[in-house]
Design a protein around this ligand. Structure first.
Ligand SMILES: [Zn+2]
Length: 492
């Protein structure tokens, strides 16, 4: 490997090479020379290690005054780019050794979270260790000095502009306060916290384009709860609906013709969604948005959750309501969408999503089981049952039928949305599904960003969900539904 690390004491810079990754974080095998411009579509890996002591103080470093970026500023314990050949955890170990002269075994650690930035991926590790500062060997080219700092003081340093403005600085202290990390950051001996892969979590908690088109089920739920529509209500779709002075098209320009409410949903018919949305009215719809929990964060036990973006109540006229009715004009995070739909279909109880389930010792003894607050009834059981039934119809015979698998009842809804600017002709396709319908145990959200060729969610996202269901339902030991099995046999 022909790379060298950083500058040396003579002030001469040696060349440093980074591995080039794809957007999906796959190593391309190509190298990038530090200092050169990163090519569009090329990404590299950065790591940060945050060392906390048992008093929950963070080890911070002051950068040298001659550093080009953030000179003299206070920073997290350690951070830097991975060099060619580094794995993420190896890069983290190397940075800790280089900058602080401290040996840590991070080989079995996963980053706690990853921040994506324009040029790459930034993995954050958290280690709890009472480091003796007097034995550290600081890297003279990088670090002036180090010290411990508590949360309040760190936040104060940030406010006064002497600490690099990491927006999640306060959250770091909260994570370490509530979760256990081993003294060496060694995952083998770490008290286990059940986490999903940290790599992509951030994107699930940010306002991705995907949910710009939301989920028409939200509006259906409000309409059912208000009892302004019943499943057999008749509608007519000529291919558009006129709201005030605006003509809003159905995705089927030639129109769906006469259809009842159930079929309107199965057809994903925009005029039906809009008609029903208008029956609820702007004020009530906004209130439902709130009572469904969509105006607040979900309270998930991870840092970095984004809040919903939505029109202010007083700005919602009929046209805004019409576009909201089929899910446009607001943005929620994928986690928020999953949480809300789970809550609607589980009988109507709003839940708080979480990754931490329990803390266990090596031998499996449970030290602590996390609990996540009371359940809040957000819709009636009757509405919950009806929404589940409708979403089952969508998979059985409507736009979601590519998610269908033999022997299981599955409910779901597809969505296809155009991202802004519309002129770019880019789409996001998604499918949200759950199973089994009568007693949902698994919910799946598949998002395909900028699909090439066919972009309809029902065609490309639903089959991905099917594959996940096919694997996960037997794995969880969920028995085959006799009724669903009989029906799929009949269909063949
Ligand atoms: Zn239609």
């Amino acid at each position: 490997m022909y790379y060298m690390r950083g500058g040396d004491m003579t002030g001469q810079k040696k060349e440093e090479y980074w591995d080039v990754y794809t957007e999906d974080r796959i190593r391309t095998g190509r190298l990038h020379r530090r200092g050169d411009r990163m090519k569009e579509g090329d990404y590299h890996l950065v790591v940060h290690v945050c060392i906390f002591n048992s008093k929950n103080q963070l080890l911070i470093q002051q950068r040298q005054p001659f550093k080009k970026g953030w000179p003299n500023m206070w920073d997290l314990s350690v951070g830097g780019s991975a060099v060619a050949g580094d794995s993420s955890s190896r890069a983290a170990e190397r940075e800790v050794m280089e900058e602080l002269g401290l040996e840590l075994d991070l080989s079995h650690c996963l980053p706690v979270f990853t921040m994506n930035f324009s040029d790459g991926f930034d993995d954050y590790y958290i280690v709890k260790k009472d480091v003796d500062l007097s034995v550290l060997r600081l890297q003279e080219e990088e670090v002036q000095r180090v010290r411990w700092v508590g949360k309040e003081e760190a936040m104060e340093m940030q406010r006064s502009g002497i600490f690099i403005p990491y927006w999640f600085l306060g959250k770091l202290f909260e994570i370490t306060d509530t979760q256990s990390f081993d003294a060496h950051g060694d995952r083998r001996r770490m008290l286990r916290v059940d986490f999903a892969s940290a790599e992509n979590l951030h994107s699930w908690m940010s306002l991705a384009e995907i949910v710009r088109d939301g989920f028409p089920g939200l509006e259906t739920t409000a309409a059912l709860e208000e009892k302004v529509v019943s499943l057999s209500d008749q509608f007519f779709c000529p291919g558009y609906i006129t709201v005030e002075d605006r003509r809003i098209h159905c995705h089927k320009r030639t129109g769906h013709g006469a259809e009842d409410f159930t079929h309107g949903i199965m057809n994903s018919c925009n005029p039906v969604f809009i008609d029903v949305g208008l029956r609820v009215g702007p004020e009530r719809f906004y209130d439902y948005f709130g009572s469904l929990g969509l105006l607040k964060k979900t309270g998930i036990d991870l840092p970095g959750e984004a809040a919903t973006i939505m029109h202010a109540k007083e700005n919602i006229g009929l046209v805004e309501l019409a576009t909201m009715s089929f899910g446009q004009s607001f943005q929620i995070t994928p986690v928020q969408l999953l949480t809300t739909v789970s809550s609607i279909i589980n009988g109507g109880n709003r839940i708080i999503p979480h990754f931490g389930v329990s803390v266990q010792k090596d031998d499996g003894t449970v030290v602590k089981r996390f609990s996540y607050g009371g359940k809040n009834q957000i819709v009636s059981k009757e509405t919950s049952d009806t929404v589940r039934y409708l979403l089952e119809q969508v998979v059985a015979e409507g736009g979601g039928k590519n998610a269908k698998i033999a022997g299981y009842s599955i409910g779901g809804k597809t969505a296809t949305s155009q991202t802004l600017p519309r002129s770019a002709n880019k789409y996001i396709s998604s499918f949200l599904g759950f199973a089994p319908v009568e007693n949902p145990q698994v919910i799946v959200l598949v998002i395909i960003n900028n699909p090439q060729g066919i972009y309809y969610g029902g065609t490309i996202a639903a089959p991905v969900a099917r594959e996940i269901f096919e694997n996960i339902l037997p794995y969880l030991g969920i028995p085959v539904d006799e009724k669903a099995a009989a029906e799929s046999e009949l269909a063949e």
